[in-house]
Design a protein around this ligand. Sequence first.
Ligand SMILES: Cc1cc2nc3c(=O)[nH]c(=O)nc-3n(C[C@H](O)[C@H](O)[C@H](O)COP(=O)(O)OP(=O)(O)OC[C@H]3O[C@@H](n4cnc5c(N)ncnc54)[C@H](O)[C@@H]3O)c2cc1C
Length: 338
Amino acid sequence: MNILRNQSLKSHNTFGIDVKADFFYEVNSLLELIEISSSTIFKSEDLFIISGGSNILLTKNFKGLVIKNNIKGIEIFSQDENYVDLKVGAGENWHDLVMFSVEKNWGGIENLSLIPGNAGTAPMQNIGAYGVELKDTFISLEAFEIATGKIKCFTNADCCFGYRESIFKNSHKGKYIITSIIIRLSKKPTVNIDYGDIKNELNKLTIKSPSIKDVSNAIIKIRKSKLPDPNEIGNSGSFFKNPIISKSKLETIQKKYPDIVKYPLKNDDFKIAAGWLIEKAGWKGKRFNNYGVHNKQALVLVNYGNAKGSEINKLSELIIKDIYKKFDILLEKEVNVL
Ligand SMILES: Cc1cc2nc3c(=O)[nH]c(=O)nc-3n(C[C@H](O)[C@H](O)[C@H](O)COP(=O)(O)OP(=O)(O)OC[C@H]3O[C@@H](n4cnc5c(N)ncnc54)[C@H](O)[C@@H]3O)c2cc1C
């Protein structure tokens, strides 16, 4: 068992933060996970699971064992003439899985194209984009229970999915290592192009009856134009969630800010664009030494060089305080801060 010591995590997080882990071990199979779980280090040290590292901000060295989940594999679990259920290893890259499905013309996750990270992490925050969330295709997952070493199955209902939420970010936080997921894709896909700029992008390309591949290509193009590439500037995508507020609160805020960007929800509440709040408060493009707020997308905090995670975290706290003072809205971090 090759457990690395004093390992830099810089290449394992998309913010590019250079902190170290006392111990680091990459698991490539369930068997390797079971093997390491019987080691003294696994039993005695604090544990942290890392996959694509695209939704974490590391603020200090990790005194314990980091396990990198690299369990691969895509297999057809079941199918009929209408659908196919894919069982996917947690360590498969999410976008590669989307591309695999699009090539087969199996629909359901094409709107989630180009989201970084791995398949096994997708349920953690019920990844979502362009009107689609993981929960719309998710059937179940298997996870290794750290305390008992047992493999447990969680259905869609068990995961208690919400907006960027699941049971694994709440009551089950740090208790399980997800090893595989099952998603159901349609063999007779219908496209979902009502959200954001998808229709505009398809119009520009004069595509009238788009296939799921056309939708995926359009979304990739839009995302590339709006979001910084972590290979070029360290970041973790949206740092904050879009806050949800009541109608009466919205009406109060609208008296001062009539142009506030909002999306009505089913229950009379409204989702507010956190990026709009941050931009309106004057933070967009602000740079402090090696870190700052991205100049095209205010929701994204960036590491321009060798910034510390603690500096970026402090900046996020300043933004939260300022937004609260200006709009009486409390922003919540989407990124997991460690
Ligand atoms: C440029 C950019 C754009 C993004 N766009 C979107 C978007 O549109 N929509 C969206 O929802 N997200 C988006 N994200 C956030 C991120 O891509 C997703 O949250 C992704 O699912 C994180 O996966 P990961 O494998 O990188 O997770 P990591 O960052 O490695 O881990 C995230 C959390 O999950 C835990 N974890 C990881 N793997 C496991 C496992 N196997 N078992 C148990 N716990 C685990 C970790 O301990 C950590 O707490 C974006 C990020 C970036 C950088």
